[in-house]
Design a protein around this ligand. Structure first.
Ligand code: MG
Ligand code: MG
Length: 252
């Protein structure tokens, strides 16, 4: 499909994004000490389905393997794609990133937040603030006539200028009839990326920021991406529509 969406397609994407937003509004009150990530996942799945949507990650296939859960839930040194589990119990001081994708009527919405469980260290607090702020620096560049690289550079410069590092193995993406479409939206400047932004494009912008080194690895479960040095990582994401004036955040 084209990078530029029709009015009708944008309305359908908007509807899926609204379900993502409402699910976050609902789930945030359940994020507490003693709760398992499996319990959160079940609540998320039921909420999405109550709106007639389908959790986009459930059964999402990579290299012949299907993701088993409705949301990706990643704690502390887990970067993304954490699998919810009955054995993962939230404790005070944890940071927990929840990534929710929704499909309804064939169109997708995608967003992520990193939450704190009770009081967290000042180190983690700073990481969350910088990652969230970097997302908005990127979104501010999501304008007709700019390039994808303007988004990428804004995020990279802010994050690295703040003393943190950008994960390179995972990037943002277009959103539409598929959860992951063109264009690629890296969180770092890439001279090979020539994509120009046009009114009607829909992008998921999603910085993944590490406290320590940028290096990551995948755990033996085949999904969970963790920092190589065991330091914490944060992730925020919004689905954004390019307009002829300000970017419109569809998942807020
Ligand atoms: Mg996502
Ligand atoms: Mg995404």
């Amino acid at each position: 499909m084209g990078l530029v969406k029709s009015e009708k397609e944008i309305e359908l994407i908007r509807e899926s994004c609204k379900i993502v937003k409402n699910t976050f509004d609902y789930i945030k009150d359940f994020i507490k000490e003693g709760v398992t990530t499996f319990e959160l996942d079940t609540l998320i799945e039921n909420k999405i389905k109550s709106y007639g949507g389908y959790p986009a990650f459930k059964g999402y296939r990579v290299n012949g393997k299907r993701f088993p859960s409705s949301a990706c839930i990643s704690l502390n040194s887990e970067v993304v794609h954490g699998i919810p589990s009955k054995n993962t119990v939230l404790a005070v001081g944890d940071i927990i990133s929840i990534d929710i994708g929704v499909q309804k009527n064939g169109y997708f919405g995608d967003s992520a937040y990193t939450f704190s469980v009770g009081e967290i260290s000042s180190k983690k607090k700073k990481l969350l603030e910088i990652t969230n702020e970097s997302l908005f620096k990127g979104i501010a560049q999501a304008k007709d006539g700019n390039e994808v690289n303007d988004i990428s550079s804004a995020i990279q410069n802010f994050v690295e200028g703040s003393g943190f590092s950008i994960v390179r193995e995972l990037i943002g993406h277009g959103v539409g009839k598929k959860l992951h479409e063109e264009p690629p939206v890296p969180n770092y400047y890439n001279p090979q990326n020539k994509y120009r932004l046009m009114k009607g494009m829909v992008l998921a912008i999603e910085p993944m920021v590490n406290y320590g080194s940028p290096n990551v690895k995948t755990k033996s479960d085949g999904w969970t991406v963790v920092t190589a040095d065991g330091e914490p990582s944060a992730h925020y994401e919004h689905t954004v529509l390019i307009t002829d004036s300000h970017p419109e955040i569809l998942t807020i």
